[in-house]
Every structure is written in C-alpha cells, then in structure tokens.
Design a protein around this ligand. Sequence first.
Ligand code: DQA
Length: 154
Amino acid sequence: MRILILNGPNLNLLGKREPAVYGALSLEEINQKISVLAAELGVEIDLRQSNHEGKLIDLLHSAAADMDAVIFNPGAYTHYSYALRDAVKAIGIPTVEVHLSNIYAREGFRRRSVIAPAAAGQISGFGAAGYLMALRAVVELAPSWRKNVADPNR
Ligand code: DQA
C-alpha cells in the first residue's frame, strides 16, 4: 500500500508557527514519526508539502496514478478552496483530512471545511497524533472506503 501524506500552506513553519495552537514539533519531526509508524505498518509513504494551491492539485492528480490513499492537511485552503475539494473528489482514492488544531473550536471562518464532503473522513484536534491516527485508519479502511467515495452525491 502506498500513501501520499500531503501538507498545505504554512505547515512548513510548524514548530515556530503559533506553537500554542499547532504544537512544538517541526514538520520534519512529525514526518519522522509518520515514517516510523509507516515502517511498522509495512506501508510506503510519500511526504510532501507545498504552499501553492496548484502544486497541491498536481500532487493530488499524480496520487491517483500510483497511490492507494491520501492523508491531507490543506491548511487554510480547507476553508475556501473549491479547487482542492474538486481535486480530492476527482482522484477516486480515499483522502483523510487532518488538522492539528480542533478547527471547530476556533474562529468562525475555520469551522467550515469545504474539503470534508469530498473526503473519506476527518481528524481534527489531536495535534501531530492526528497524522498517525489517519495512517492507521487508512491502512485499516482504505479498501472499503473506495466503495463509499464512488457515491456521486457526496
Ligand atoms: C490547520 C487549521 C487551519 O485553519 C489553518 O489555516 C492551518 C492549519 C490545522 O492543522 O489545524 O494552517 O489546517
């Protein structure tokens, strides 16, 4: 099984950026934890980050060809990028949306995800552990999620 772990804008600044909200770990440190778990679970991962919407879309498109699932923290694009939502919907492989913070306990504009209706599920509020939960979820559930995302009304 191959899984794309995709992080969006400003997540390259983790560790320095609002640590009270997003935690003290850098993205590199989080990726290290993900790599350790992936090895334990026997899955291959591709770790990517971009601050650019179009680049994130391109990476999602490429994932359709050679990945079984995506774990995606779209950063602030979560709240308004219909282009990313369309890409998640288009690729036909399950995507788990992850947020370090609990977006539902924050400012009003963060309480809505336009990506979530296209995702297989969402994990929000557990810090870096959310990526590890998502990885376990993907390994456990990816085969059955494939059927669920085929529903055109989602
Ligand atoms: C975030 C939440 C978003 O609202 C914010 O813009 C981020 C990070 C999170 O992981 O909690 O960049 O996606």
